[in-house]
Design a protein around this ligand. Structure first.
Ligand code: ATP
Ligand code: MG
Length: 379
């Protein structure tokens, strides 16, 4: 029997739950060409949400097309231009003649070479003189707008892991270039998303940055237990198994409603339960999951300094007054200036997030692992 839960892939159809407001908002923005920036920690469900909203729009509005770009491993402007050109062309047409036509009509300065494999179902790739492109990227940056206008369609360019542009050489100049083109587009909307909150906020909400006020910023929240519980019960039922609301609630509590882990823990609990899933099935599954993650967490912890680890221990113990001498001494944190540095380092390593006096672990399972297997506290 196949598992009724899904993790590590984008959730869609029966694996997708809730997010109704966000899907509606995003679908509206897509159709109205309102640029949107989506920010949330890793694996809360950004990519799934964007795909779901795109799917909804495409069901009713054939005039809107989507182009998906993942910047996960894009490290330079050239790579970015290449992906943008290639994926824009793919989104605009799937026909060989039309792609060649677009290439002929819309590129005059840069001559793209397009290679198709003999299999008509497979994709094409594009190559250009990237040094030339870097000097003169206008044709690529405006390609979507020009073609969309001539075809009288709307194109939504969705760019995942957008924060990676901050790692390019001269990122601000690059952002200026993008913004100066993109803000003139009347037939193209942009949906930019990623998980590095600080980097993205720096790009989109600093007055001095080119992308300031580029579009609506959406902070994705976690899916609440009220939605997860019926989802988990329903997925068990779809395979003839049962789980009570209380036990499903335990899955949510242990994973702190983190989308990826809710699905993963639900999966292991489902595997453990022959027919009826009880709390022991969930707690055993939870231990299995922690053991599986142990190797990864050990190496994350090995990469931390002693004072960073001590700070995490203090956080797990519920300490809040990090400026007090007592806490600094008890946990050997050095000086209060050092505490600031520790916090910054842990934020940039994406281990914690700080809002006001609130310190939150981005990965709830790492917190559990540290507490149970590393500090061995009974918290
Ligand atoms: N709406 C949803 N309903 C059910 N499960 C979901 C939903 N959204 C996300 N998930 C679960 O969370 C996992 C991660 O989702 P997704 O890849 O969309 O997140 P992400 O925020 O884009 O992650 P990353 O930061 O790694 O790119 C999915 O594999 C799925 O298990
Ligand atoms: Mg994603």
């Amino acid at each position: 029997m196949n598992t009724p839960f899904l993790f590590g892939k984008h959730a869609s159809s029966e694996y997708f739950t809730n997010r109704t407001d966000e899907v509606n908002q995003l679908s509206f923005n897509f159709q109205s060409l309102i640029n949107t920036v989506i920010i949330s920690p890793r694996r809360w469900g950004k990519s799934s949400l964007v795909l779901k909203a795109a799917e909804e729009v495409q069901k009713t509005n054939k005039n809107v097309r989507f182009c998906f770009i993942d910047m996960y491993n894009v490290r330079s402007e050239n790579q970015f231009y290449q992906l943008l050109a290639q994926e824009t062309m793919k989104a605009l047409s799937s026909k060989l003649e039309e792609i060649l036509e677009i290439s002929k009509n819309y590129f005059t300065q840069i001559i793209p070479k397009i290679s198709f494999s003999p299999d008509p179902a497979s994709e094409f790739s594009i190559s250009m003189d990237w040094e030339e492109v870097k000097k003169q990227p206008d044709e690529i940056l405006d390609l979507a707008e020009k073609v969309a206008a001539s075809k009288n369609i709307k194109l939504i360019i969705c760019i995942d892991e957008f924060q990676n542009i901050s790692t390019f050489d001269q990122p601000v100049d690059f952002q200026k270039k993008l913004r100066s083109h993109w803000q003139t587009h009347k037939n193209v909307g942009y949906c930019l998303y990623g998980s590095k909150r600080h980097m993205l906020l720096d790009v989109f909400s600093s007055h001095s940055m080119p992308f300031y006020n580029f579009g609506q910023i959406m902070f994705l929240s976690k899916i609440s237990e009220n939605h997860w519980i019926p989802f988990i019960i329903g997925r068990f039922a779809a395979t003839g198994k049962e789980i009570s609301a209380e036990t499903a609630g335990l899955i949510c509590t242990l994973t702190e409603n983190h989308s990826f882990y809710v699905q993963q823990l639900a999966h292991f609990s489902w595997l453990n339960a022959e027919k009826i899933c009880n709390p022991e099935h969930v707690t055993t599954a939870f231990e299995t999951l922690l053991m599986q993650l142990s190797f990864l967490y050990q190496s994350v912890t090995d990469g931390l300094s002693n004072s960073q680890i001590n700070f995490l221990e203090a956080t797990i113990n519920g300490e809040e007054k990090f400026s007090s001498k007592e806490i600094i001494q008890t946990y050997k944190l050095g000086t209060s200036a050092n505490v600031i540095r520790i916090k910054q380092a842990l934020v940039s390593k994406e281990i914690i997030e700080i809002s006001g006096s609130d310190i939150e672990f981005l990965d709830p399972m790492y917190k559990h692992w540290l507490a149970k297997h590393y500090f061995k506290t009974s918290y």
